[in-house]
Write a protein that binds this ligand. Structure first.
Ligand code: MN
Length: 153
């Protein structure tokens, strides 16, 4: 996993977001971090992040993530984020990548139940979201687009 794209998209002299640290970030014991940040950028969205291999795998969800079964949300895979990003709340300045306000919408841990290149089944232990959820990769319409579906099992 690489944070090159994360680093390339940001000017850490201008944004309050955390820069990648040297060396591997330490996980919090055996627990894997789960966080969803509400991001009031040019388009409001929710950023789902799951700790995997020392980074936060990240998906942008254009509508509020579902707390109940029966709602499938589009979740667009974006660049891996640094583990410290899971604690980030703040304002990304005008003119910077992702300009707008980031707040933590839900936080906790998760347990991976099934992991393949196109599927993640996870047990979420958050404050808002709880229980088994799935992320399933779907076919993108444009080259380079990485859409998934996110829903409660
Ligand atoms: Mn975002």
């Amino acid at each position: 996993m690489s944070l090159d794209t994360y680093r390339r998209k940001r000017n850490f002299a201008r944004t309050p977001e955390p820069p990648p640290k040297h060396g591997a970030a330490k996980a919090d014991g055996e627990r894997l971090r789960y966080v969803i940040q509400k991001h009031a950028a040019s388009h409001l969205h929710w950023d789902l992040r799951l700790e995997e291999g020392g980074v936060l795998k990240s998906w942008a969800i254009p509508k509020e993530p579902p707390a109940v079964q029966g709602v499938k949300r589009l979740a667009v895979e974006v660049e891996d984020h640094t583990l410290e990003y899971g604690d980030f709340e703040g304002v990304i300045p005008e003119g910077e990548y992702g300009a707008g306000t980031v707040t933590i919408w839900d936080t906790g841990t998760y347990v991976p139940l099934e992991t393949t290149p196109g599927v993640r089944v996870i047990e979420i232990r958050g404050r808002k979201l709880k229980g088994a959820y799935a992320l399933v990769k779907i076919k993108g319409k444009k080259p380079g687009e990485k859409p998934w579906l996110f829903f409660k099992k």
